[in-house]
Design a protein around this ligand. Structure first.
Ligand code: 8OZ
Length: 364
């Protein structure tokens, strides 16, 4: 029997009812002061529990890891208790959910940082892009370079966040190493010009990623840890001199961790899937022994083909899950999809968050 999108699968320790993941989606509806999720999040994630796995919106591991208003955290007991209401609801509805562990690095603004300080990054190089703050869209602030002891403290923050994720009742975590945020900043030459153990050749630039994975998997186990990478994405002003070579170094080393899955943004995040000459996702995937989760611009046919051909084990859908809480059901029936209202993607209340109809709602 050939595998389909709707065949159950075990991702590490996580039993999934199907091969479809809800990709992490930033929605900016948490309490800006406490970083706590609320009853709206409970409803939003509960509605989407038909996914084989929900990956939460990116969630900061520390106050300095924050880069946008109203993103949730997983660094206090209160945040973990708030998340518990979400994980209980998803589990009750038969779903699985992991929290995406996030540190933005230089993609932040002084107004979002403790004491109004500069954001931190591998090197003091501005990203050149915008973030959303209390004042609206603002240019990201010039970061300062992390000291070696601060790097060690940041790795400890990832470990503590993984511990709190278990307190919160999550099935695991996804380490966010994509899209130009802190881990990606260490990995890539355009943001990392350090001359110590954390910069220079890829062996050094990848050390931060591997130290984070060591800490997180030591805390909760590799089978409860997923990883997201975006080797070729220019998201958030990131660039790299030779991503193919760098990730051909990184990916085989991931095999030692027994990860639940490797989640790849194929191409430019939320944009074109096309790669430059000499760049190959297929070649990178071939270097990984575990489950491969594909993402970026998949539709029903592409996802079916990817799973039946074996090109992917899992497919993550992002924007389609915003407007279709019952996306798995719709894909299974070949039903039409709702389109999302972009104006309510980031920030706001229930409107554009918990009020998209299921097929059943539409029939009523
Ligand atoms: C959109 C807006 C803000 C943040 C990412 C966490 O790209 C994000 C993000 C996306 O990974």
């Amino acid at each position: 029997m050939s595998e389909t999108l709707f065949t159950p699968i075990k991702a590490g320790a996580i039993q999934m009812a199907n091969r479809i993941a809800m990709a992490p989606l930033t929605r900016n509806r948490a309490d800006d002061d406490t970083g706590c999720v609320n009853t709206l999040h409970v409803e939003y994630y509960r509605q989407r529990a038909g996914a084989g796995l929900i990956i939460t919106e990116a969630t900061q591991i520390s106050p300095v890891g924050k880069g946008y208003i109203q993103t949730p955290g997983i660094h206090t007991e209160a945040q973990a208790a708030a998340w518990r209401t979400v994980t209980d609801a998803v589990h009750e509805a038969g779903g699985k959910i992991v929290v995406q562990l996030w540190h933005v690095g230089r993609i932040s603004h002084t107004s979002l940082q403790p004491g109004g300080a500069a954001p931190v990054a591998p090197s003091a190089i501005a990203a050149g892009g915008k973030t959303f703050t209390k004042a609206g869209f603002e240019e990201t602030s010039v970061p300062r370079a992390l000291e070696a002891d601060e790097i060690a403290a940041t790795i400890a923050d990832y470990r503590e966040a993984a511990r709190l994720a278990m307190v919160a009742g999550f099935d695991g975590v996804e380490v966010h190493a994509a899209n130009g945020y802190l881990i990606d900043q260490f990995l890539k030459t355009g943001a990392n010009t350090r001359t110590d153990d954390w910069g220079g050749p890829i062996e050094n630039r990848a050390k931060f990623l591997f130290d984070v994975l060591d800490a997180v998997t030591d805390e909760i186990g590799g089978s409860r840890t997923g990883l997201r990478l975006s080797p070729f994405s220019p998201a958030n002003g990131i660039s790299d001199e030779d991503p193919q070579a760098d990730f051909e170094y990184v990916v085989p080393k991931l095999n030692a961790y027994g990860l639940a899955y490797l989640h790849m943004v194929e191409g430019a995040t939320g944009g074109p899937r096309a790669l430059a000459e000499g760049e190959s996702i297929t070649a990178l995937r071939a270097l990984f022994d575990g489950l491969y989760m594909a993402n970026n611009g998949y539709d029903r046919q592409m996802a079916q083909d990817a799973v039946t051909s074996g090109a992917a084990d899992l497919v993550a859908f992002g924007r389609p899950f915003i407007a279709n809480p019952d996306l798995v059901d719709r894909l299974q029936r070949g039903a039409p999809l709702n389109t999302g209202d972009q104006a309510s993607y980031y920030g706001g209340g229930a409107s554009g968050f918990t009020d998209y109809p299921t097929l059943e709602d539409e029939a009523a």
